[in-house]
Ligand binder design. Structure first.
Ligand code: FES
Length: 169
């Protein structure tokens, strides 16, 4: 048995010590918010917090987090949307949404450590979170607005909600 603290709850899991934390979270503890993207620590979709630091759970053996505090996207929003999640909604960041868990976890870890990050700090924290280019290009405003008063920074242009014109037949 491996003893974990996940989202503030003590958990004991009967798994192999080298099993990736990602699969323990998703398949054993039924916390599917953390996503599988690449499995090789490249995309960031699987990012969770371990003792407050962003960690790629796809390459983290579960035994290495025994006794540490693990927070997933479910734990981050357990008391309602936090300011990062609110900024994500405000700026309409999600597109397909698959990478958003990792991006939000990376941004929230940054702001917990550095409440007033520079653009370079944000870029450094967010560039390791992979997404299709349009969302990746808009990943700076949400952490920026969550770190400052909303009136301090202009919002990016909103994406059109109108439906694309039909192709003629
Ligand atoms: S799934 Fe872990 S970094 Fe891509």
């Amino acid at each position: 048995m491996i003893n974990l603290n996940v989202n503030g709850r003590a958990q004991s899991v009967d798994v192999e010590p080298e099993m990736p934390l990602l699969w323990v979270l998703r398949d054993v503890l039924d916390l599917p918010g953390t996503k599988y993207g690449c499995g090789i620590s490249q995309c960031g979709a699987c990012t969770v917090h371990v003792d407050g630091a962003p960690v790629r759970s796809c390459v983290t053996p579960v035994s290495t987090v025994a006794g540490k505090k693990v927070v997933t996207i479910e734990g981050l929003g357990a008391k309602g949307l936090n300011k990062i999640q609110q900024a994500w909604v405000e700026h309409e960041v999600p597109q397909c949404g698959y990478c958003q868990t990792g991006m939000i976890m990376a941004a929230s870890a940054l702001l917990a450590k550095n409440p007033k990050p520079s653009d370079a700090d944000i870029d450094a924290a967010m560039t390791r979170a992979r997404c299709l280019p349009p969302a990746a290009n808009s990943s700076r405003p949400p952490p920026r607005s969550a770190a400052a008063s909303p009136s301090s920074f202009p919002s990016p242009p909103r994406r059109s909600r109108s439906r694309p014109a039909r192709l003629s037949r």
